[in-house]
Design a protein around this ligand. Structure first.
Ligand code: ADP
Ligand code: MG
Length: 415
């Protein structure tokens, strides 16, 4: 019998790999936005059509690519972010596996325009199912725009597995929240079917949370008293126990500006709330950990949302004590928060209105003492002020006799 093992053609291998990296439109949102961040963009726009089934486009103002790099970027295992295995343990970038773009072009139509700041002309590339259909110089702004169209056009079975637009858009929003929270210093926009949903200018962590989740969130937050140990730097906010619901909605743990899911550390936070919340209430938090990249392993899952810590137990203990400490401080005396932005207290409807000077209506001719002596038909009676019921009708009667007494006593003293 002849040998039966063959190497899979590249486009098939890419389609298989894509299954791990791109499960739904939201996965492409995450990968493209992370690439924009790695390209040091300060402004990132996300455009979505039909919950990403028709279009996911990310436009950044980052470093762009040369013409050769623009082609290379779509090859599998093509990356500018690491060169050797040891680099995996000094990662400063979101990406490093060099497979996101290769996966995306294997299962969708992609159009890219990219330009480096030093180049006059950029490069435009169109790719369909891993095949380049067009490449030419273009006039475009510095940075990169990648549009992913018709996701799973060549894998109908995967397309049919996609959920309703509402569900898929919910996943996209989740990814957008995660990336935007991990990078408050970057200006993000989100347009859905042509409508601007978010415009988040660069700001601090607290304001980014409030811009994303609404003005009412601000009063719910307790700052974590920053724990700065050689092992980990912990900062962020937890939600006050009285605002917690039974569903776990807002649980955001970031490690070195990367959103991660970690049941063990989530347990540390839950344990810190012990005694303060009901058993079925779930804590909500926005916590950022900074650790030495050499002490974590991000490469344990293709989507990189799960990571391993070398010193997991110590980080558990430190995190639990930081959250407990902050909750304790808050229970004794609500923390004075000087970083609070006073604009949060302004109702949304008034946010962009110019302040109006309060106006007081004054009748300059009004004289309560003259009133009794004037007839009701006088000119003043036409103004509102003249129409008050005249309660002072016979006030002078109280003073009858006093006037003359004052007169005489006054003249006596003077004399
Ligand atoms: P990875 O991010 O793991 O390196 P990707 O497939 O996501 O792999 O991207 C491949 C390469 O393409 C990146 O290493 C980077 O050099 C380049 N690239 C991708 N997106 C951008 C972008 N928005 N701006 C500049 N370069 C990019
Ligand atoms: Mg990437």
């Amino acid at each position: 019998m002849s040998d039966i093992i063959r190497l899979l053609p590249d486009h098939v291998a890419n389609q298989i790999a894509a299954g791990e990296v791109i499960q739904r439109p939201a996965s492409a949102v995450k990968e493209l936005m992370e690439n924009a961040i790695d390209a040091r963009a300060t402004e990132i726009k996300l455009l979505i059509k039909d919950a990403g089934k028709t279009l996911v486009q990310v436009i950044d103002n980052g470093i762009g690519m040369s013409t050769t790099d623009a082609r290379m970027a779509f090859e599998r295992h093509a990356t500018s972010k690491i060169q050797k295995a040891e680099d995996l343990f000094h990662l400063q970038t979101k990406g490093f596996r060099g497979e996101a773009l290769a996966s995306i072009v294997a299962i969708a139509h992609v159009e890219m325009q990219t330009k480096r700041p030093e180049d006059e002309l950029g490069t435009e590339i169109h790719i369909e199912g891993s095949k380049i259909t067009r490449q030419e110089p273009c006039v475009c702004p510095t940075g990169t725009s990648i549009a992913m169209k018709n996701l799973f056009f060549n894998i109908p079975a995967r397309r049919n597995f996609l959920k309703s637009d509402t569900v898929e858009f919910r996943h996209i929003l989740d990814e957008f929240h995660r990336v935007a929270l991990a990078h408050p210093a970057i200006h993000f926009y989100l347009y859905n079917n042509g409508n601007e949903l978010f415009n988040l200018p660069a700001t601090n962590f607290r304001q980014r949370i409030v811009h994303l989740f609404g003005g009412k969130t601000n009063e719910k937050l307790v700052p974590i008293i920053a724990e700065d140990t050689p092992l980990v730097k912990i900062s962020g906010f937890i939600v006050k126990p009285e605002y917690l619901a039974k569903t776990k909605n807002l649980q955001f743990l970031m490690v070195n500006h990367r959103f991660v899911k970690n049941q063990y550390l989530n347990h540390a936070i839950t344990a810190a709330y012990e005694g303060l919340i009901h058993a079925d209430q779930k804590p909500e938090y926005f916590i950022s950990l900074e650790v030495d990249p050499a002490t974590i392993d991000i490469n344990i899952h293709p989507t990189k949302t799960e990571i391993k810590f070398e010193e997991e137990h110590s980080i558990y203990a430190l995190l639990k004590s930081a959250v407990k400490h902050s909750l304790g401080q808050f229970n004794i005396a609500p923390t004075l928060d000087f970083s609070k932005d006073p604009t949060f207290d302004i109702p949304y409807n008034y946010k962009d209105k110019a302040p109006e000077l309060p106006r007081i209506q004054v009748d300059p001719n009004f004289n309560p003492f003259k009133e009794e002596y004037e007839s009701r038909s006088s000119s003043r009676s036409s103004s509102n002020f003249g129409n008050y019921p005249k309660k002072t009708a016979s006030w002078e009667s109280l003073y009858t006799g006093i006037e003359s007494a004052i007169d005489t006593s006054a003249s006596e003293t003077i004399v």
